[in-house]
Design a protein around this ligand. Structure first.
Ligand code: ATP
Ligand code: MG
Length: 486
């Protein structure tokens, strides 16, 4: 006997009481059988949507796919809503995305036959305290053998809905299953169809792969079955690109190994994606071959490329910004001889205190993922200790003890470029020595600056800003000039 939550049992009970059939179907039965907690519960029934709605007053219904969502009292997120879908069949897959026309099916068997993989088409019937499994495609056998196999003809299934190819890889990563040979060959053959699927649907599967324990294996599989070439061609480009004496792996292998480490450490979704994409700029910036090949500015090109990829896939803006920032900054210097407190404050200013720990995680993943972790961990620890030391220090104009209004008042001037110039100069001084961030000191300094001509003030400000410009911006310029990378 499998444990079915009370909320789901009640839904089934109500449907049966009204004279309908009701089965638990899909991913939740699969998860139950392998002992995983289902993420959501789906019920299939021969009741029509209007009939379901009549039975469950607390529902909402989106007409398109015959699914009525019923709200429960549960606080468990997987049980707050239960989806009840009328048996469906007879699909018309006009654009290979969503069925163009959906028709009711008469039986559960017919409904199951239009679904994707054998392990997903086991139905569970609860009747008078007994349970009965309906398993027309031998899903249990495949579950035991850990195999993902398309229902009936895989070519047909993937031509009906190309997203199923991504779902196969995603399930493989989540469950640790292999893809059965004929199904796998059908994915390779039909991979190009994924181009017709919306980026949002692809992204959602990708997120599930990256979040899974086998994220690295999932990415490798995406490459092997040719899907990656269509989803992230920029990343696939690293395949076979050798590096230099500091690396044992090719660019592609290194990206995947970094993701693997980030996953093992259970780093956040954003750090995992940053690890996967952190060297995506290398194929384009590679100069020379063999042990001395270089990749100057790959972090800048990589950040730009990652932005293109992530925006194309419609990742949330906040995640995009964070990942792009990490990739851009992942080459920070942490050689105890060269790092100064001022430099660390600048790093903190560029990265933001809220992102610095994630940046260190990325660098760690990068280091381990190289296969020859040459830089000793104590160096990174040293830098981390320095960050702790300066974490509370003022690193941005906002953190100064006086603001633009104070400057205008002190100097008796109107808003204008002078105010910004003065702020830049003050910040530069405070980055050098945070004890200068007192009202008295800064006010004194402002009065001194007030003695200068507009021209002199602008000159000092420019110098301050220039020294503040990070080396990467300079590299950025250089790369543009040299390699015409857009
Ligand atoms: P999870 O809920 O863990 O993300 P799942 O397999 O339950 O995975 P759902 O999107 O909840 O996925 O779908 C529920 C069920 O509906 C699946 O198990 C499968 O039987 C069927 N299904 C979902 N998407 C498709 C599809 N694109 N083509 C065919 N059947 C599908
Ligand atoms: Mg599900």
């Amino acid at each position: 006997m499998k444990k079915i939550p009370r909320e789901v049992q009640e839904v089934i009970f109500e449907l049966e009481k009204a004279g309908f059939e009701a089965y638990v179907v899909g991913g939740c039965v699969r998860d139950l059988l392998v002992g995983k907690k289902p993420g959501d519960w789906d019920v299939a029934t021969n009741a029509k949507p209007e009939e379901i709605q009549r039975i469950f007053p607390k529902n909402f219904y989106e007409n398109k796919f015959f699914t009525v969502t019923v709200a429960t009292e549960s606080v468990d997120p997987s049980l707050k809503e239960i989806e009840i879908t009328t048996y469906r069949s007879d699909f018309e897959y006009g654009d290979r995305r969503r069925p163009g026309r959906v028709e009711y099916a008469k039986t559960i068997e017919e409904d199951l036959s239009r679904r994707d993989f054998t392990i997903n088409v086991i139905a569970l019937r609860v009747k008078d305290r007994t349970q009965e499994l309906l398993d027309p495609y031998e899903g249990q056998k495949d579950l035991k053998a850990k195999i993902i196999r398309a229902v009936r003809d895989p070519n047909e299934r993937f031509n009906e809905d190309a997203l199923r190819m991504m779902r196969a890889v995603r399930l493989s990563a989540q469950l640790g299953f292999g893809i059965e040979k004929i199904t796998r060959e059908a994915i390779i053959k039909n991979a190009a169809l994924i181009k017709e699927i919306s980026q949002e649907r692809i992204r959602d599967e990708l997120i599930k792969i990256i979040r899974s324990e086998r994220a690295a294996g999932g990415m490798e599989l995406l490459y092997e079955v040719r899907l990656l070439t269509y989803i992230m061609p920029e990343l696939a480009e690293g395949y076979g690109v050798t590096q230099n004496k500091h690396h044992k792996y090719t660019v592609w292998e290194h990206n995947v190994k970094s993701l693997e480490y980030a996953t093992q450490k259970n780093y956040s979704f954003e750090v995992r994606l940053a690890s996967l994409l952190h060297d995506v700029g290398k194929p384009k910036t590679k100069r020379g071959e063999g042990p001395d090949a270089t990749f100057y500015g790959h972090q800048v090109v990589g950040a730009r490329t990652a932005r293109k990829i992530l925006e194309r896939l419609h990742f949330p803006k906040e995640s995009v910004e964070k990942i792009v920032l990490m990739i851009r900054e992942h080459m920070f210097v942490y050689d105890p001889e060269t790092v100064t407190l001022k430099g660390v404050r600048r790093l903190l200013a560029r990265v933001g205190a809220e992102n610095i720990d994630n940046l260190f995680e990325l660098r760690e993943a990068d280091r381990i993922g190289s296969g020859v972790p040459k830089a000793q961990p104590y160096r990174l620890r040293y830098l981390k200790a320095m960050v702790e030391k300066v974490r509370q220090d003022p690193v941005s104009p906002r953190m100064l003890k006086i603001n633009g209004d104070d400057i205008m008042k002190t100097l008796g001037i109107e808003p204008g470029p002078k105010v910004g110039a003065a702020l830049a100069i003050l910040l530069e001084g405070v980055l050098e020595d945070p004890t200068r961030n007192s009202k008295e000191y800064l006010q004194k300094r402002v009065r001194e600056l007030g003695q200068l001509s507009e021209q002199e003030l602008q000159d000092i400000a420019r110098k301050a800003k220039q020294s503040a410009q990070n080396a990467q911006e300079r590299i950025d310029q250089e790369i543009k000039r040299k390699y015409l990378v857009k």
